[in-house]
Ligand binder design. Structure first.
Ligand code: FMN
Length: 311
């Protein structure tokens, strides 16, 4: 019998037993999914974006299906820091997987306060900065589309936490590379990409937008080629490990991201169609390695072949 391939990966200081992660905002705090399967089979969970205070999010409708995609305008509905630490972390601590907390604020100070508090909490293995949020001190322009604000934010949070620090880049910019480089220079341990792409859908009979917020974030297979391209561009430009995401629903989709240079993958919208999607991706990834006679998943990372290229 052939030996099973090794699936473990290192994202800087963060070691995962396998590269499959549940993406932020699509599995809450893991409790419901934990009733369906053993979360410990996966590498990590990234919990819903957390703020200092609880937030109710936007009014419905805040989700709408589009061709091969999903538009959402949840509005970062979450329980807030206090409830997360008291009520959600105890459950997550008992699961045998790494817990990444996705955090956001409206000012740098809010991010710093969250990072400090979560660094003291037992059971948090890494932070993921969601920078696709309006920066109230810069007229509501999102941190992630403002290079100066991104640089200052990563520097400030880096000083505030010893935890592995991942920055989730916003794809809503012309060129992600300067943002990725700024994160690397300011001491981030890794990058997550991509977050949702701004989109809009209209009901032609009522002539009204399908989301109350008019504009939402597009996810799902519709964005996958954009995400793969961004992972490829970014991993060629920086040395930081990247968690790739955007429309991953099958093992082949995950392999695409790994070949493009991602060191791990996150599954988001696919969980809604099939709560076992992440497990199927993991099993299929292992089968892919066996089929291609590979002994270690790391052999796939950045292994894209471009014929005729000297790279
Ligand atoms: C309903 C929903 C809620 C989300 N909430 C968050 C969030 O709180 N923080 C965040 O950084 N990303 C959030 N995302 C983005 C996902 O984590 C992921 O980056 C994106 O959806 C692309 O992956 P996918 O196509 O597999 O869903 C959310 C996505 C969806 C669909």
């Amino acid at each position: 019998m052939t030996e099973r391939p090794s699936l473990s990966v290192s994202l800087g200081k963060l070691e995962l037993k396998n590269p499959v992660i549940l993406a932020s905002g699509t599995v809450g705090y893991g409790e419901e999914y934990g009733r369906l399967f053993d979360l410990g089979r996966l590498g990590a969970i990234t919990v819903k974006g957390l703020s200092l205070k609880p937030r109710p999010g936007h009014p419905a409708p805040r989700l709408c299906e589009t061709p091969s995609g999903l538009l959402n305008a949840i509005g970062l509905h979450n329980v807030g820091l206090e409830v997360f630490v008291a009520d959600k972390l105890p459950f997550l601590r008992k699961q045998n997987l790494k817990v990444m907390v996705n955090v956001f604020g409206e000012t740098t100070e809010e991010y710093v306060e969250l990072a400090e508090a979560l660094s003291r909490a037992d059971g948090v293995h890494a932070l993921e900065l969601n920078i696709s949020c309006p920066n109230t001190k810069r007229g509501g322009l999102s941190f992630g589309s403002d290079l100066e604000a991104t640089t200052a934010l990563v520097a400030a949070v880096r000083r505030a936490t010893p935890l592995p620090l991942f920055v989730k880049l916003s794809p809503n910019v012309a060129d992600l590379v300067p943002f990725a480089k700024a994160c690397e220079e300011q001491g981030a341990d890794g990058l997550s990409l991509i977050n949702t792409i701004r989109g809009m859908a209209i009901d032609v009979d009522t002539r009204r937008p399908k989301l109350t917020t008019v504009i939402g974030g597009l996810s799902g297979p519709a964005i996958r080629p954009v995400a793969v391209r961004m992972v490829w561009e970014v991993t060629r430009a920086v040395r930081l490990p990247v968690i790739g995401m955007g429309g991953i629903a099958t093992a082949d989709d995950a392999v695409e991201f790994l070949l493009a240079g991602a060191s791990a993958v996150a599954i988001g919208s696919a969980n809604f169609a099939d709560p076992a999607a992440s497990l199927k991706v993991l099993a299929g990834l292992e089968r892919h390695l066996v089929r291609h006679r590979m002994t270690d998943v790391r052999q796939l990372i950045g292994a894209l072949v471009i014929d005729g290229s000297s790279d």
